[in-house]
Design a protein around this ligand. Sequence first.
Ligand code: GLN
Length: 565
Amino acid sequence: MARPKNVKHIFVTGGVISSLGKGILSASLGMLLKSRGLRVAIQKYDPYINVDPGTMSPYQHGEVYVTDDGAETDLDLGHYERFLDESTSQSSNLTMGRVYKSVIDKERRGEYLGATVQVVPHVIDEIKDRMAELAKNGNLDVLITEIGGTIGDIESLPFLEAMRQMKLEMGDRNMLNIHLTFVPYIKAASELKTKPTQHSVKMLLETGIQPDILVCRSEKPLSREIKNKVGHFCNVNDLDVIGLNDCDTIYDVPLLLLKEKLDLRVLKKLGLKKYKEPNLEYWREFCNKIKFPEEGEVTIGICGKYTEYPDAYKSILEAFIHAGASNNVKVNIKLLRAEDAEINTFNLSKELEGVSGILVAPGFGDRGIEGKINFIRYAREKNVPFFGICLGMQCATIEFARNVCGLQDANSTEFNKRTRFPVIDLMEHQKKVKEKGGTMRLGSYPCIIKEGSMAHAVYQKFLINERHRHRFEFNNTYRNSFEESGLIFSGTSPNGELVEIIELKDHRWFVGVQFHPELKSRVQKVHPLFHGFVAAAKAYVQGGRQMELPVEQPSFMPVENEAGE
Ligand code: GLN
């Protein structure tokens, strides 16, 4: 396949151990290059055989990040969007499963007729074609590709071979490898040790790839001597050995890399001469607000069933960091295990002492549902700010049905198929769906907002677009009677058929949304619902009975257009 010549490629690989932050490194570099005036996109290649992570448990994979065009993807894409302020898409995440599926489908269609279909060349060629896809479609100067896994893993070898071939074909001026490694600090010797990095580079060399730039993650800053040593043994100019020591917040990483001149080294190596000085004032202001908020702190309780593994709620946690900065407060998070609240002896008010806002998280299946309902009842009755996302909104509906409307045993048919009051039910078009992968209601849909509602006060507009990932919905049979009992349907699909936002009349802040607002919160565009919720929690802490409306927008939040983009 023809590759657009003017797009420069950067591949980010990882060595020594996982979780060093390849995603944050890719996102930060992308942000720096964009702020220098380049058009940048980032994509992620995952070595597993699942076609996408949509069918994996959050315990395995963390959150599933959904794009506007409805792809279920790796959570690193969330970092790309939050840092780069560009939307990703279906083509931004490729798994080995998708590669093999496409090769096998082609084989069945007879596209390789006569040939023995093999990893080399067929699988490798398929990867190379896919690698060029975003470069071909987008208006791009630079495409960053993050390769999942760690050098030495058997399963990512085909990605590395494709990368090696591409580099040979494109030349060093058009393609770079940035290798992220680890330089451990050994306390007993009071020393940073470079040997693991040397070994990891050796392994990379075995695949035929000489890294161009090494980014060394370490607990302590790398001295000039250490950089020289790493450069010397890894065959890299010591100016291309970049130190990345642990930061207070991931949002500091671009500033640290700027100081280490990573972006300048990249521009030089790729022969990109025309660029402007980056203006990162707003980013610095944002980091300052995270680290030194001036208006106190709030504690938000997040109730879910994957609380042992916070990566399952990655975008929610990041959205709270954004909203903390925009409200000038520190947001402490208390993870509340839903199942705990199902036991009779569980003391809700003790558990929620000091909590000034309760969020009930998205999820699937019936584990912990009754606990979530108990937390919601507490928030409703005690007038504590409440925010329900997707399953959280559905649980709020069930709670309202049971405890306000007196529909005992009301439920979602997801948890009880034979409930007498199915207030949440499978969406009509889901009833015929049999296959699991990629078959939910996925991606961005418009929603119309009711005038005078809390949702309108928060968004300050009548038409929004938000991303979805669900099969169940509010059952319209109950719409009128619930409205009479004080539930407000403040957001619906444009034809009025699907309930997208609910809220309560006489409550300081009680909002449930069928969509996932956390996926659209960015440093540059703090999500209005998270901003509003934290503002309500702040007002609650400060003892005000009623928060002021409309919610003031943060000063560094650019005004969105009517389409919500
Ligand atoms: N399980 C619910 C549904 O499928 C909620 C999904 C979610 O929270 N993302 O509708």
